[in-house]
Design a protein around this ligand. Structure first.
Ligand code: NAD
Length: 495
């Protein structure tokens, strides 16, 4: 692929690659150097409608929903295997489009493979119950797919976060319309091609690229939309939640975070520093669950700050595809400006920049959207750098004396996605885990998750959870069936 001949990607509707009816296209650029990488069709309301129509028809007419789960299990497993064999190609496409390092992108695609395997394993285990009731009656429940489910994904883990909700929805027998983020649609479109190749019926997985408000809201407003899974900002999540509430459709909202990492005096400081660094500089900090606030006991604060500074300063920045790169560029110029704006506001509010705080000086990196790993200290808790999600490689470090103060600082945020604790004291770890207002807590580890463990937040971080066994059930509805077995026969009447 050369800059003068960018790859062409169209929308994926009813098993076919189609341009948009308006003919509109956009050129995507490599965040590492600004070179054109792909021309992508941009859909609108017409394409949203066409995708919903295709999904509804496939749901009604293909064997997908009516199957006992064996076919879905088989095809999802086949899709996992095909993707497994294509990890390198998908990883390169993700890096080229989004900027993350190739190592990170390989990890993302491998995670998607595991997600599909896990969903495949559940597809034929969606069972109802029988319920004892009074009288000559037989009562049972069945789990039915919802119909057409809509999935709206962000740009930071483009394929991973799309498939995280698409896989269980497919396993449960639904048909799907996916809207990837406009900046990063390439792997989702390539994934739809792969699904088609392994035999997932046309119309069961549709992908529409287009502006969030026009296409995303048209999908959720469509009467055929029976559920929505949204991963993105709290502000857009609020809009989606309002539409879903008005339309009485189930919804999962996976939103932002401002996650605390508490370091107790007995922690292994080397491991903690490494884990904290990974949790805020990984993916160039563009992580919903980034541990962006380190809350460190005063007795070890200076020592840990020194280790964090060393990690930040030795992190090698570069294009995601280059060997040895440890941190890639941010996804866009706008995102880099936004992140640096937060650093400036922290500075003007009296904060100290311990490491980073600007763009790299290497002229080779100037055309890319790079921001140096940044560590801030002494930032007042009222600063917008402390209160708002930065979504970049910027860590703020705070001190505490008493454990109650650590809990108070940790919970002093509108968000509640994730929290981490570093301590060797088992009792303290368990007690603290319960006191933290977060959907997920990790002890002695940077943020970590698996397809089988629930992922979700509380407060403004969202509603419901993805992943885990329950995620498949969330894409079903329970129907109760009660049968009167007729008047009871008199005793001794015989058969
Ligand atoms: P965003 O909210 O701007 O966009 C997310 C998606 O919603 C995109 O596909 C976008 O096109 C679409 N969209 C935008 N406006 C819309 C509207 N009015 N109606 C319907 N769809 C609309 O978020 P982003 O900038 O792409 O992603 C960053 C945010 O996502 C951060 O806040 C981050 O914390 C959050 N996030 C959360 C999780 C999680 O699992 N909790 C994971 C990753 C990212």
């Amino acid at each position: 692929m050369s800059a003068s001949d960018p790859a062409r990607f169209d929308l994926f509707i009813a098993g076919r690659e189609v341009p948009s009816s308006s003919g509109e296209r956009t050129t995507l650029t490599d965040p590492a150097n600004g070179a054109a990488i792909a021309s992508v069709a941009v859909g609108g309301r017409d394409e949203a409608r066409a995708a919903m129509e295709a999904a509804e028809t496939a749901f009604r007419e293909s064997p997908w929903a009516a199957d006992d789960g064996a076919l879905r299990a088989k095809l999802l497993r086949k899709l996992a295997d095909r993707l497994d064999a294509s990890i390198e190609a998908f990883a390169r496409l993700e890096t080229l489009n989004m900027g993350k390092t190739l190592r990170e992108a390989r990890g993302d695609v491998a995670y998607v493979v595991r997600t599909l395997e896990y969903a495949s394993g559940l597809a034929d285990k969606i069972e109802g119950t029988t319920i004892p009731v009074a009288g000559p009656r037989f009562d049972y429940t069945v789990r039915e797919p919802l119909g057409v489910t809509v999935h709206i994904a962000p740009w930071n883990y483009p394929l991973l976060l799309a498939v995280r909700s698409v896989a269980p929805a497919l396993a449960a027998g639904n048909s799907v319309v996916l809207k990837p983020a406009s900046l990063t649609p390439l792997t989702a479109l390539a994934f739809a091609r792969l699904a088609q190749e392994v035999g997932i019926p046309p119309g069961i997985l549709n992908v529409v690229v287009g502006p969030g408000r026009a296409v995303g809201e048209a999908l959720v407003e469509d009467p055929r939309c029976r559920s929505v899974s949204f991963t993105g900002s709290a502000e857009v999540g609020e809009r989606i939640g309002a539409i879903a509430g008005r339309r009485h459709i189930p919804h999962v909202l996976e939103l932002g975070g401002k996650s605390p990492v508490i370091v107790l005096p007995d922690a292994d400081l080397d491991r903690a520093a490494k884990g904290i660094g990974f949790g805020i500089f990984g993916n160039a900090g563009q992580m919903c669950w980034a541990g962006s606030r380190a809350i460190v006991h005063e007795s070890v604060r200076d020592e840990l700050l020194g280790k964090l500074r060393a990690i930040a300063e030795k992190t090698r920045l570069g294009p995601g595809l280059a060997d040895g790169t440890e941190m890639g560029p941010l996804v866009s110029a706008e995102q880099a400006d936004r992140v640096l704006g937060f650093v400036e506001s922290a500075r003007s509010d009296g904060g100290t920049v311990v490491a980073g705080g600007g763009r790299p000086t290497d002229p080779a990196l100037a055309p890319g959207h790079f921001v140096r790993p940044t560590v801030l200290a002494q930032v007042p808790s009222s600063s917008r750098a402390v209160r708002e999600e930065i979504f970049g490689p910027v860590l703020s470090v705070f001190g505490f004396e008493e454990i109650d103060d650590a809990v108070r600082i940790a919970n002093d945020t509108r968000y509640g996605l994730f929290a981490a604790i570093w301590t060797r004291e088992l009792g303290t770890a368990h007690t603290l885990a319960r006191r933290l207002e977060a959907g997920m807590v990790n002890v002695n580890e940077s943020p970590n998750t698996f397809p089988q463990t629930p992922f979700g937040g509380v407060k403004d971080s969202g509603v419901g959870a993805e992943q885990g066994r329950e995620s498949v059930l969330a894409y079903t509805r329970t129907k109760n069936v009660m049968i009167h077995l007729g008047a009871a026969r008199k005793r001794g009447g015989g058969p």
